[in-house]
Design a protein around this ligand. Structure first.
Ligand code: PGA
Length: 255
């Protein structure tokens, strides 16, 4: 039985003070929701403050990126050793990292390896671009990204995968639940071949891309989809809380 998972990716939004205010707005209500793993991924500079605020809550923290070395002369980078004192998760290979910061599958693979060796759980993001989707290359692309991203890595059930079609991110044009469920099943099959069936059954695979409280049900009502990586809507306390509430309701009913 996979525990449903909802993560909020705040991207490059909120100052440290704004981040604390936003958490205060949602803390009480979010904390009370059971049956869903809830994770907030704020900018690096807010991790210290929020880790203290969330210490005795049921809400977890994640970082949005990380470097693949643990320390040294890498000006401006953040190491897994620094992160693991503050959070349990780290988003790796987000499409914005891949396309704006030229992160290759090889770099993402190094990051996944370093994160795992340092006891951080990666949320590995994969997804096809619009032209790849339109030319029927979705399966080829996600299969390549999963295979390269997990290359040389021992099977671990703590890994989370987020399927985020690039054309659906921040566009208001979400994939359909059916489309997302089919691709996520395909991704699970790729993991089963790469690792084994048992681990593939235990890994959580999320959908991401224009998820809101209005469309979350469409995704999580599919048993293949274990939750969501939420961008824009996670910056609104009411929206994010209601996404988590709907998930708890629907997944709870399906049990
Ligand atoms: P969005 O972003 O919900 O704003 O589309 C999702 C993501 O990039 O993780």
């Amino acid at each position: 039985m996979r525990i449903p998972f909802i993560a909020g990716n705040w991207k490059m939004n909120t100052t440290a003070a704004e981040a604390e205010r936003l958490v205060l707005e949602m803390l009480e209500q979010l904390d009370r929701i059971e049956g869903v793993e809830k994770v907030i991924c704020p900018p690096f500079v807010s991790l210290v403050g929020l880790s203290m605020m969330l210490q005795s809550s049921s809400i977890g923290l994640g970082a949005q990126n990380m470097y693949f070395e643990t320390k040294g002369a890498y000006t401006g980078e953040v190491s897994p050793l620094m992160l693991r004192e503050l959070c349990d998760f780290v988003i790796l290979g987000h499409s914005e990292r891949r396309w704006y910061f030229a992160e290759t599958d090889e770099v993402v693979n190094k990051k996944v390896k370093t994160a795992l060796t340092n006891r951080l759980k990666p949320i590995l993001c994969i997804g096809e671009r619009l032209e790849e989707n339109e030319t029927g290359k979705t399966e080829e692309v996600v299969s390549r990204q999963v295979t390269a991203g997990l290359n040389g890595i021992e099977p671990v059930s703590g890994l989370v995968i987020a399927y985020e079609p690039v054309w659906a991110i921040g566009t208001g044009k979400a994939a359909s639940g059916k489309q997302a469920a089919a691709t996520i099943q395909f991704i699970r099959d790729v993991v089963a071949k790469l690792w084994n069936k048992n681990i593939a059954q235990n890994i959580r695979i999320l959908y991401g891309g224009s998820v809101t409280s209005a469309n979350i049900a469409e995704f999580i009502s599919h048993p293949e989809i274990d939750g969501a990586l939420v961008g824009g809507a996670s910056l609104n306390a009411e929206e994010f809380t209601s996404i988590v509430e709907r998930t708890a309701e629907i997944k709870g009913r399906a049990k």
